[in-house]
Structure formats: C-alpha cells, structure tokens
Design a protein around this ligand. Structure first.
Ligand code: HEC
Length: 330
C-alpha cells in the first residue's frame, strides 16, 4: 500500500490539501488522476468500464490525425469547395420543352377528348334521348353542355388550377360575344382562315406566348346549329370552314419536362371536373340516365367519371408520351 492510499496524521492533511491544489493548479494532476481511476476500476467490472480502461492511455497519433483531418475539411468547405449545383439540374436533368412543344401536346390531348365527348357523349347521347344545350346549368334544365361549353367549362377549371395554362375557343363571328377575337389574335385568326395552319406568337397585351389552332366545321351539326342559332353573327357557314380557333397561352418561353407533365395532368384533371359536373347535373334530370360502365352508344347511360378518364387517356396517351420523349431527347 502506498502512502497516498493510507495517509496518516499531518501527512494526511497535507496530502488532501495537495490533491485539492493539484486539481486547481494542474501541477499535482498527474498524482491525483491515477487515484481516481484506480477506484473506478475497482468499483466496476462492466464492459463499459473495460472499454474505458482500454482508452486510458492517450494515443497521440490518431489524435493528431483527427485534428489535421478536421482542419483540412474546414479548408475544403470554406476555401476550395465547388459552388452547389444549380437546382434545375437536380430536378429535371436538363430536359426542356419549348412553349410551342408544350402547347402542341395540350392541343393533341384536347383534340382527343373533344372528339370523344362530341361523338360518344353528344352524338350517341342525342340518339338515345339525352339533350345538350347552352342553358344546361340552369336548375330545371334536363340537358348537358354542348362541346363548346364543355371546353369552356374545362377552361374555367384550368384557370382555377395551379398551372398558368390558358384555354379559349374564339371566333371572328361568334355566337357568344365573349368569344370574339380582338387585337393581335384577330390578325392571327385572319391568317389561319387563309392558311388553315396554327399560329404561334408572343402577345404583348397579355404578356403570354400564344398558340391558335384552327377549329374546323368537321360535321353537319356544326354548320346547321351555328347557322340557325338566334345569336349567330354569321349564317352561311359551310362544311370545312374554319369556324374559330382553339387558343392556348402560357407565360414562359420554355418549361422543364417535369413542369410540362404537371400542365398535362392539370389539363386532364380539368376535363374530368367538367365531365363530373355534367354527371352530377344528369343525376337531377327528371329521367336520370344510369351512370356506370356503359356509354350512350349502348343506350340511355352515361359512363362513370373514371371510365371517361380511362378512355380519354387511352386515346391521347401514346401520342403525348411520344411527344414528351422526343422533346426530352432533343
Ligand atoms: C347544337 C348547337 C351547336 C353545335 C352542334 C356546335 N356548336 Fe359551336 N357553339 C354553339 C354555341 C351555342 C356556342 C356558344 C357557346 C358559348 O356561349 O360560349 C358555340 C361556340 C362555338 C365556338 C366559339 C365561338 C362562338 O361561336 O361563340 C366555335 C369556334 C364553335 N362553336 C365551333 C363549333 C364546331 C367546329 C362545331 C362542330 C364540331 C360546333 N361548334 C358545333 C352551338 C353549337
């Protein structure tokens, strides 16, 4: 047993003072610390204590190494680290669509849905006794939206969506005055009637990139209904005439692929909301059609919203995917 562990009398007092002083001044630290450690070792034989024992001797090499690594990390981070990658590169891998490409995809989607609605819902619907009119929204009206009004309803839902895609069906001789083209769009529509080709331009008045696609009298009812309508401003429409233009607009010159997908998704959602609105209205008809799996070509039925969505997607998805792939690979 050492003197440290069994101090006696004056020695004992001196040693206690020395230990206290050592703890403060540091000069006696080396004597004091081993005492404490020895007690700990005796008190405990757990794996933790054993691990602590192994760590006891200060190993200078790893310590120096750690300090140097830390210092060089700081130098790297604050002095020589490259600037962070731009966000866009991470988000979309750089694939961009021009606004013309984006709108072309939307116009193709629109052509597919509008043709389906016109033929399968309105066309066959009329044959089985469903009716379609301008007043379809009125309370006691037992009818659904005409194709032009279905498009307008879609445009209204699109306007409330999170994407800034504009959609409008206009003419120079409209039934509804609200559909009259003005300004630069009126000029562009004049050219479309001659060339029968779409027009792409920047509209200063709306600060939007704009694309107009000819809307042609492809079937007799287009001509007869417009010629006979009491509010019509032109009564000599002929089959094959350019009656108006589907007009799209977007505020940006180009969009990342991901944004283009969001735009197409919002457009599709807007068609569905417009159709769902019609289905809800049809439930209030005096003679409400059954809503389910079947379509008007099968009888007095309307397809459920998800059936309508599935068929619309089937008609347009292949072309939309091809357009997005080729745009992404350019
Ligand atoms: C049963 C009647 C009817 C049929 C069929 C019809 N339309 Fe219309 N169309 C209307 C009405 C009514 C409006 C006005 C809707 C509104 O208030 O915005 C309209 C609007 C339009 C507009 C917007 C300019 C305008 O006149 O207000 C265009 C363009 C148009 N229709 C083209 C066509 C084409 C092309 C077809 C055939 C594929 C067609 N319509 C079939 C009744 C009809």
């Amino acid at each position: 047993m050492s003197r440290h562990e069994q101090p006696r009398g004056d020695d004992n007092v001196r040693h206690r003072r020395q230990r206290r002083e050592g703890a403060v001044s540091g000069t006696r630290k080396i004597e004091a610390i081993p005492l404490v450690h020895k007690k700990e070792e005796r008190a405990s034989s757990t794996p933790f204590a054993a691990a602590r024992r192994r760590r006891q001797p200060i190993r200078w090499t790893p310590l120096v190494f750690m300090v140097l690594s830390f210092a060089s990390l700081i130098v790297y981070l604050f002095v020589s680290a490259p600037p962070p990658l731009p966000e866009r590169a991470v988000e979309d891998s750089g694939a961009m669509l021009s606004v013309a490409q984006l709108i072309q995809v939307c116009a193709d989607e629109n052509a597919a849905v509008r043709a389906m609605y016109t033929k399968e819902i309105v066309g066959f619907g009329k044959q089985v006794g469903l009716s379609f009119s301008e007043q379809w929204k009125q309370a006691d009206e037992n009818s659904g939206p005409l194709p032009a009004l279905f498009l307008r309803e879609t445009a209204a839902h699109l306007e409330r969506s999170s994407v800034p895609l504009g959609l409008f069906l206009g003419s120079s001789n409209p039934i509804n005055k609200a559909n009259l083209f003005r300004g630069i769009q009126r000029e562009a529509f004049r050219r479309i009637k001659e060339t029968r080709e779409p027009e792409f331009f920047y509209d200063e008045s709306t600060e939007r990139h704009t694309a107009m696609f000819p809307d042609v009298a492809v079937a007799k009812p287009c001509v007869s209904c417009h010629n006979e309508h009491e509010d019509s401003t032109k009564r000599d429409w002929k089959l094959g005439d350019v009656m108006g233009a589907t007009t799209w607009s977007y505020p940006k010159e180009s969009v990342p692929l991901r944004e283009a997908m969001r735009v197409v998704a919002a457009l599709r959602q807007s068609y569905l909301e417009a159709y769902a609105q019609y289905v809800r209205k049809a439930q209030e008809f005096e003679n409400a059609p059954a809503v389910g799996e079947r379509w008007p070509r099968d009888g007095y039925y309307l397809p459920r919203v998800d059936r309508f969505a599935a068929r619309a997607a089937k008609r347009s998805s292949a072309q939309t995917l091809n357009s997005l792939i080729s745009a992404a690979l350019e």
